[in-house]
Design a protein around this ligand. Structure first.
Ligand code: ATP
Ligand code: MG
Length: 202
């Protein structure tokens, strides 16, 4: 047997083993229900991942809703793309929290107004996917009542998916979530003097 055929044979065997293993795991995943996903960590990729799932869901004709808990400084591409789409209900916190505001009372009022929208969506069975973008900050800063937020998440329709993004997700949220990803910051161009790029950052 030549080296090349030997390698081909070994590769084939390894792939057969891998396929058997993957098939077994697929067969074991029989539950079908609404999931809570938390995307946290200091690296770039949390909101863009959430909007990737929004794109997937819209592609499948699912009904979606987005509540953004930080007032955008720029108009985000995802908002421009999905706003006006009949499958997507889009709410951006109109006033209040950006990195620039320092008025706690204004921030709290804005957070509560956005949360009221979120709470209504979380009790609507017709909404398949809910994105609560940057929600974690509202809890870290104590702008929203944590038990109330957790309760609304817990009592949502059983088939509704929720994606929460933001740094420093708290312990309760992490424990409640079905899927948690922590995006690690290895390097970000912004910290090396590159301005935010249209299409990549907003
Ligand atoms: P994205 O929306 O690009 O997926 P994100 O949701 O993971 O980013 P946020 O903390 O919400 O991250 O920050 C939003 C903005 O800040 C984006 O423009 C993003 O590129 C930038 N950003 C994210 N992480 C970092 C970082 N570690 N250093 C510098 N800028 C960052
Ligand atoms: Mg984000």
């Amino acid at each position: 047997m030549t080296g090349a055929t030997d390698r081909t044979t070994r590769h084939k065997r390894a792939m057969q083993r891998k396929k058997a293993h993957v098939d077994e795991r697929i067969a074991a995943a029989t539950e079908d229900r609404g999931l809570l996903l938390v995307l946290t960590g200091n690296g770039k990729g949390k909101s863009s991942s959430a909007f990737g799932m929004l794109a997937r869901s819209v592609g499948h004709g699912l009904r979606c809703a987005v509540v953004q808990f930080i007032k955008g400084t720029w108009e985000c591409g995802e908002q421009l793309l999905f706003e006006g789409n009949p499958l997507v209900e889009f709410h951006v916190m109109g006033t209040g929290f950006t990195w620039e505001t320092q008025d706690r009372q204004t921030d709290i009022a804005a957070a509560e107004a956005a949360w009221n929208k979120a709470e209504a969506i979380l009790s609507d069975e017709a909404t398949d996917l809910v994105i609560l973008d940057e929600l974690t900050y509202m809890l870290t800063y104590g702008y929203l009542d944590k038990p109330q937020v957790l309760q609304a998440l817990r009592e949502r329709p059983p088939r509704q998916h929720v994606v929460i993004t933001g740094r420093n997700a708290g312990r309760e949220l992490l424990e409640m979530a079905d899927t948690v990803s922590e995006v690690k910051d290895v390097r970000h161009a912004f910290n090396h003097g590159v301005m935010a790029q249209k299409g990549l950052d907003y």
